[in-house]
Design a binder for this molecule. Structure first.
Ligand code: ADP
Ligand code: MG
Length: 697
């Protein structure tokens, strides 16, 4: 058997119990998993601090000194052990809550130790909880002075696997299998990209010899992650192009022309360009798989509608699938409105659609009399059969994956419909290349004319009265305003209560105006009614939770007040802000927060105030949250589990690996040349599939 598939229980020190926790908490099952469990950062242990130099908030640091004395404090479960640790410049407390007697036995008073941990300031003096303690002589164990820090959960620590034990486990493991770590890349690529050997990289990522080595190591491992993703995505794309014939949609007919001439405005240059890209795709004889990206309000929906009408003009049906009912309803309303002058009916199919209505829709789709339908996942149910589905629009917001996308393909047995994906969250190009690398990508990088950039301000909650006064002036000028309240995690009731209190507050402050409220728990009819009152101008102020994030389009609304703005993520704030700035008048966004803000919240607010550019914001968001936190990347269906690369930050590497992958596939599209054999094997191991990409997605 492959040594790397050995279960972790074979490692000294890991019994069944620890193995279970490692599997459940960290997804670690085999030797291979552990080898690929990379540290998230390194602490420079060549630097030793002195106690008198400790100041303010400190990172994890190293001190050299001795334990003067031990004292056990407290009773029962709250009992703890305190060691008074001195280094000649001062004394701090080391605190343990577990294994009190073992600690005292292991680390006798008076000997010199190197201790490592994060000093916490309490009542003017520092202490370190559960520090790592090393005898001075064992200092050498950390090579190059760089100590890896592994991301561990509390549960893992509780079974006695802290950072130090992880290091020990990896040390033993590497001793056992280092010589068997195989190279993943063929020599010609290693040469080309000037990479260090894979086995060296795996050794160095856990036990770096120094900063230079670490840099080369990280580069090698990032290359591996990104390169194989690109190779796979491009392979899928090429294969699909080669084998999926597309339904030809050459005719530009009365539906398309009709919408074009009924629009009260001109399309932007970017919209026209993207529509042309789509037209080129659908006459190419190949199936279209295109992602349309654009900032909020850039007019993606309209572009998608033109594509749908091309399908209609050629005798096919089209559908639009949205991730939530609210969004589906919103699309339904806007399409209905746009298509009314053309006499084209639009259907709406939701999970909550009543049986009778549902049956009627099924019939209409089946016999082809219903040509356009909007819906949620309900569209994917097998009972939903189209007469001739020509194009599916997926409003994705990162929420559907390849699997669902493919669900739509089976709707037209003989040939796959064209697929157009709209991404409402702009994502940086290199991330798009990684998440959607198997698709063609169009970007609508222009907003409709006449939109004035929204002015964004940050105000402390203590200035709420000035904000009220500002609102009052705006409303007096005939404008309308949104006030958004934060979601309160896992406490919807609390959230609605805050909103209802807000309603009382705003109604008291604005007795002469109409204030309405919407939230996610309302009956749909009630919600629609409240939205309608706002959209018609009958209500001047609308209070809402984030339900308005997607949807409503009221050009006369020019003020967006976000209460508790620090509780929102950057992309969410940007989406919310996108609800205003749709009309001709100057729009404003006011971010209200308490006085005390965490570093990240401060940064988010500052970025919002600084820029209106959705792409810039998305990039910054990724920087702040890290790649793993990006909405839905887990469900993206691309099996993207990146351990070390961040496509937003490692943009140059993404581009480099993509170019290289393209070049290799251009020469050897099925990776059958002998020199590419290792690539084929690696793809197989990574994705458990032969590099015949046909069955994927
Ligand atoms: P997105 O889906 O990208 O957020 P929408 O397609 O919903 O944007 O468009 C936002 C608003 O802008 C809608 O009211 C739409 O009718 C309007 N709109 C779209 N394209 C244009 C344009 N070229 N000129 C003026 N208004 C436009
Ligand atoms: Mg939209």
């Amino acid at each position: 058997m492959d040594i790397f598939q050995t279960p972790l229980t074979y490692l000294p020190g890991i019994g069944p119990k620890r193995a279970t926790v490692l599997a459940e908490e960290l997804d670690l099952y085999t030797y291979l998993d552990l080898l690929h469990y990379f540290p998230t950062k390194y602490v420079d242990r060549s630097r030793v601090y002195t106690i008198k130099d400790l100041r303010g908030e400190m990172p994890s640091i190293q001190l050299r000194g001795y334990i003067r004395d031990y004292k056990e404090i407290g009773e029962g479960r709250r009992k703890r052990l305190v060691a008074y640790f001195s280094d000649g410049t001062g004394t701090i407390e080391l605190v343990w809550f577990r294994s009190l007697s073992t600690i005292q036995r292991l680390y006798p008073v008076g000997q010199t130790y190197l201790i490592f941990g994060k000093p916490v300031l309490f009542n003017g003096s520092y202490s370190i909880n559960h520090p790592e303690v090393d005898e001075e002589s064992r200092e050498q164990a950390v090579s190059g002075g760089l100590m890896p820090i592994y991301p561990l959960t509390e549960k893992v620590k509780r079974i006695g696997i802290a950072n130090r034990q992880m290091r020990q486990l990896l040390y033993i493991l590497l001793e056992a299998c280092r010589s068997q770590i195989r190279e993943t890349l063929p020599e010609h690529i290693i040469q080309r990209a000037q990479l260090i050997p894979y086995s060296t990289a795996i050794q160095q990522i856990h036990f770096p010899e120094g900063n230079t080595e670490l840099e080369a190591t990280r580069r090698r491992l990032k290359f591996d992650e990104l390169f194989f993703i690109q190779l796979r995505l491009l392979g899928m794309k090429n294969e699909r192009k080669a084998t999926s014939p597309g339904l030809p949609l050459p005719r530009v007919g009365e539906a398309f022309r009709g919408l074009y001439s009924s629009l009260p405005f001109d399309l932007t240059g970017a919209q026209k360009r993207v529509i042309r890209e789509i037209q080129t795709d659908v006459v190419s004889g190949k199936q279209m798989n295109r992602l349309v990206q654009g900032d909020v309000g850039s007019g993606k929906t309209l572009v998608a509608l033109f594509a749908m009408l091309l399908a209609l003009d050629n005798g096919y049906q089209a559908c639009m699938m949205a991730p939530t009912e609210i969004l589906a309803r919103q699309h339904f309303l806007s399409l209905t409105e746009l298509l009314a002058p053309l006499g084209i009916e639009v259907g709406l199919l939701l999970g909550s659609t009543k049986k009778r209505e549902r049956t009627k829709l099924h019939e209409g789709l089946g016999d082809g009399s219903l040509r356009i339908i909007v819906g949620t996942h309900a569209l994917l149910e097998p009972v939903v059969q189209f007469h001739r589905l020509g194009l599916a629009v997926i409003d994705e917001q990162h929420r559907f994956g390849v699997v669902q996308r493919s669900g739509l393909w089976t709707k037209n047995e003989s040939q796959h419909p064209h697929i157009l994906i709209m991404s409402a969250t702009p994502i940086p190009r290199t991330l798009a290349m990684t998440l959607y690398g198997d698709l063609d990508i169009s970007v609508i990088d222009e907003l409709p004319p006449g939109r004035k950039p929204i002015q964004t301000y940050h105000q402390p909650e203590s200035h709420i009265f000035e904000v009220y006064a500002f609102l009052e002036r705006q409303i007096a000028e005939g404008r309308q305003a949104y006030v958004v309240f934060p979601m309160i995690e896992e406490n919807e009731r609390e959230e609605i209560r805050a909103l209802e209190e807000g309603l009382v507050r705003y109604r008291e402050r604005f007795p002469e105006y109409t204030v309405v409220m919407v939230h996610g728990k309302m009956k749909p009819e009630k919600k629609d009614e409240e939205m309608r009152r706002f959209a018609s101008g009958e209500a001047e102020i609308m209070l809402a939770t984030t339900v308005i994030e997607v949807g409503v389009n009221v050009p006369n609304a020019s003020v967006m007040v976000i209460e508790g703005a620090n509780r929102f993520g950057l992309s969410q704030l940007h989406q919310l802000r996108g609800r205003v700035g749709r009309g001709a008048s100057q729009s404003y966004c006011i971010l209200l927060t308490g006085n005390e803000l965490g570093e990240d919240a401060k940064r988010r607010i500052a970025i919002m105030v600084e820029t209106n550019d959705g792409f810039e914001i998305a990039e910054e968001d990724m920087r702040l949250r890290g790649f793993g936190e990006i909405d839905g990347t887990r469900q993206s269906g691309q099996q993207l589990s990146l351990r070390i690369a961040n496509p937003a930050l490692d943009g140059a590497m993404v581009q480099y690996t993509r170019d290289l992958a393209e070049e290799i596939l251009a020469e050897d599209s099925t990776l059958t040349l002998a020199k590419n054999e290792p690539l084929r094997q690696r793809l197989d191991a990574l994705y458990h599939e032969r590099p015949s990409w046909s069955q994927i997605s």
